[in-house]
Write a protein that binds this ligand. Structure first.
Ligand SMILES: NC(=O)C1=CN([C@@H]2O[C@H](COP(=O)(O)OP(=O)(O)OC[C@H]3O[C@@H](n4cnc5c(N)ncnc54)[C@H](O)[C@@H]3O)[C@@H](O)[C@H]2O)C=CC1
Ligand SMILES: CC(C)CC(=O)C(=O)O
Ligand SMILES: [Mg+2]
Length: 363
């Protein structure tokens, strides 16, 4: 079987990092991985070429492929466009269109990088957390939203901005099942993160997750408020096994968790639908501050490619080979600036890709 991958590089560092992940996947061809790629524009790059951030042809390519490898979107110079034309709408739109409601964000501290973490090595060494983020609901998609005349209160009559946080029972149930099943296969601990002391939506979330828990008696469920979770992640991250949370909180907590691993450039993700079709992307954005300078760390994207092989194609051995190559480079190879430490050779995005190819060949 030949696996067809849609490659959507996007904006900023997106083209640089996806190019390295494609190099790594291509290197596995010589070991029998039948894989082909087709690229399409998305985000600001698509807006500039076609006048829209998510062209129908890009969506069609994603639908016709076996999986999607995505870089990042976002271009500060397009921030004054109407919302529906902004690059970020493309990633939100493709997640929704493909029903990719389950976002897996593993935050793992590689032993070689424990000293690159923002935290003391003894706090993070051995950390292995899976954040399961609901990805197609919450305040990121809730209607109504917009800017209107403030209807009441001391600011009545002024303009006000508003969004709507909402979750349907079925939406919470399906992500809860995904998270419980993930916890079943790991440390059998699930922490559901909400703000139930203030928000009706998330009290509802908590009630539904508690109900789903009855089907998973072997998994220990706990609940935590998001502000406490943000703090506990820094204080004692190893208390967590699987975290399940909504779209907004999961977005923020996963960026925070990435810094425990050494860099946001290390955190991959898988966004899956009910049939395990997936879009694979690093958790970071287009990093305009370092784009085009060969500075970005491609590891998060390369590790996302490994997740693709494992989750969507079931090719565990190829996925493990990529992960072993990442570990070998972290141990003995050069590093990009975000994870560079005294005594290590410094390299760039493509140099890191080259080091990964060497490590693969040496296995
Ligand atoms: N999934 C996506 O496509 C996402 C897009 N964005 C968009 O990206 C743009 C920039 O957003 P920011 O808030 O600056 O977040 P960002 O994640 O792009 O960058 C935050 C910081 O992390 C650094 N960084 C990110 N990835 C890195 C890597 N691979 N290696 C080394 N350093 C890395 C950047 O240089 C920057 O200092 C915005 O337009 C935003 O909307 C943000 C997050 C996700
Ligand atoms: C454009 C954003 C919704 C993307 C983001 O920050 C994320 O998914 O982590
Ligand atoms: Mg984010």
């Amino acid at each position: 079987m030949t696996y067809k991958i849609a490659v959507l590089p996007g904006d900023g560092i997106g083209p640089e990092i996806t190019a390295q992940a494609v190099r790594v996947l291509e290197a596995l061809r010589s070991d029998g991985l039948n894989i082909e790629f087709e690229q399409a524009l998305i985000g600001g790059a698509a807006y500039r070429a076609h006048g829209e951030p998510l062209p129908e042809s890009t969506l069609a390519l994603a639908k016709a492929s076996d999986a999607v490898l995505f870089g990042s979107v976002g271009d500060f110079s397009l921030d004054t466009l109407p919302r529906h034309l902004r690059p970020e709408q493309a990633i939100l739109g493709i997640r929704k269109a493909l029903n990719l409601f389950a976002n897996f964000r593993p935050a793992v501290v590689y032993p070689e990088l424990a000293d690159a973490s923002s935290m003391r090595p003894e706090v993070v060494a051995g950390m292995d957390i899976l954040i399961v983020r609901e990805l197609t609901g919450d305040i990121y998609f809730g209607q109504p939203r917009g800017v209107r005349e403030c209807p009441d209160g001391p600011f009545k009559g002024q303009r006000e901005g508003f969004d709507t946080m909402r979750y349907a029972e079925g939406e919470v149930r399906r992500i809860a099942h995904v998270a419980f099943q993930a916890a079943q296969k790991r440390g059998k601990k699930l922490c559901s993160v909400d703000k139930a002391n203030v928000l009706e939506t998330t009290q509802f979330w908590r009630d539904v997750v508690t109900d789903v828990a009855k089907e998973y008696p072997e998994v220990a469920l706990s609940h935590m408020y998001v502000d406490n979770c943000a703090m506990q992640l820094l204080k004692d991250p190893k208390q967590f096994d699987v975290i399940v949370t909504g779209n907004l909180f999961g977005d923020i907590l996963s960026d925070e968790a990435s810094m425990l691993t050494g860099s946001i450039g290390m955190l991959p993700s898988a966004s899956l639908n009910e049939s395990n079709f997936g879009l694979y992307e690093p958790i970071h954005g287009s990093a305009p501050d370092i784009a085009g300078k060969d500075l970005a760390n491609p590891m998060a994207t390369v590790l996302s490619a490994a997740m693709m092989l494992r989750y969507t194609f079931g090719l565990e051995e190829y996925a493990a080979r990529i992960e072993r190559a990442v570990q070998a480079v972290l141990a003995n190879g050069p590093r990009t600036g975000d994870i560079w430490r005294e005594g290590k050779e410094r390299t760039g995005t493509s140099g890191m890709g080259g080091a990964l190819l060497k490590a693969l060949a040496a296995q």
